[in-house]
Write a protein that binds this ligand. Sequence first.
Ligand code: ZN
Length: 420
Amino acid sequence: MHPWTGPIVSVIPGTGEVPRIYDDITGTLQPSVVSDRASIYVCGITPYDSTHLGHAFTYLAFDLLVRAWRDLGVAISYAQGLTDVDDPLLERARATGKDWRRIASKQTALYKADMAALRVIPPDSYRGVVESVPQIVAAVEWMIDAGHAYRVPVAGPSASSLGDVYADLAVDPHFGSLSGLSREAQDRLFAQRGGDPDRPGKRHRLDPLLWRAARPGEPSWDGRTLGRGRPGWHIECAVIAAETLDQPFDVLGGGTDLVFPHHEMSVSHSRAITGLDQPARLTMHTGMLHYDGQKMSKSLGNLVFVSDLLERGVGPAALRLALISRHYREDWEWRGREVALAEARLNRWRDVIGSVKPQGHSGEAIAKIRAALANDLDTVGAIAAVDEWVNAAPLARDRTPYAAADLRRAIDALLGIKLY
Ligand code: ZN
């Protein structure tokens, strides 16, 4: 699937440092790349309510990492999935009387337009679940054969005799290592986030669905020996990552709400498919955006959409700057006034960096931006470095003609903000 047309990214003198990021598994900062190649898989949207500011906050964080890798000069493989068939999408279709495919294609188009407007560098590989069904079927068949999965009968007169397929977590000794949660917390989150702990016939309450046999009124695909049906949620990301990236890959990314069960399960499936104990070297998770005192989420209905703000005349550069003004791991409350603050800051940067007179040497400022971003993508520190240069610029005596141009390009290349 074609992602979106990417921005032209400025080139700046020198190279950046290896970005270190916070790794959930070890709880420490780790180098995000250990060779001349960097690879990342980021979970994509489920296209029925896109793109709210929580989504944008997440994808901007990974965009900053990709930009830091580009600045480092390593080859990058960036894959992103798209959950273009899943229960929430089908529920939305039922509730609105619309075709699920139309909702998915419209919302996916909106997401792509929002990402392009925010100057997010597109993934090299953008794969939907629907186009990946044959590969997912092959993986589930293999998991059954290898003893990592089992069938559960489906009740009802029109039910498939083959049944649903579930992963057997008991055969994975590493299950639980990613999230480090207690069994009680696992059970609670599994039930809250799409799991079915009480489904009769499962070997364990937490065992996740891999293949859902066709049900009346639901879309289904040819599953060969599995029978007609559709994929479960977690297996899709394991398969798309295995199909698109060399294994192991460097970073598995998404919002904090994906740590459990989605990433825990998905990595467990990846272990089964690849035979590697640690298919993703690091995991990186972004904080949650709140609005009106609660997490911004579809179920609560308190969403602020990127497209709505852009339609109301908010500049995409100001919106981007407003969102990256918070560290990516922070949970924070969107109050709306962030845009005005970002616009004021942008105007100040444009005035000073764009004017002829105050062109002090900017190499030190660029080094500070690079150092801040290498330190767990510290955008707060990077923005402070620009502010510091801008505030000192009228006093600078060294008026190197190209210095401000370099800083302008660095703000574009590293922070994704084009001043002109
Ligand atoms: Zn995923």
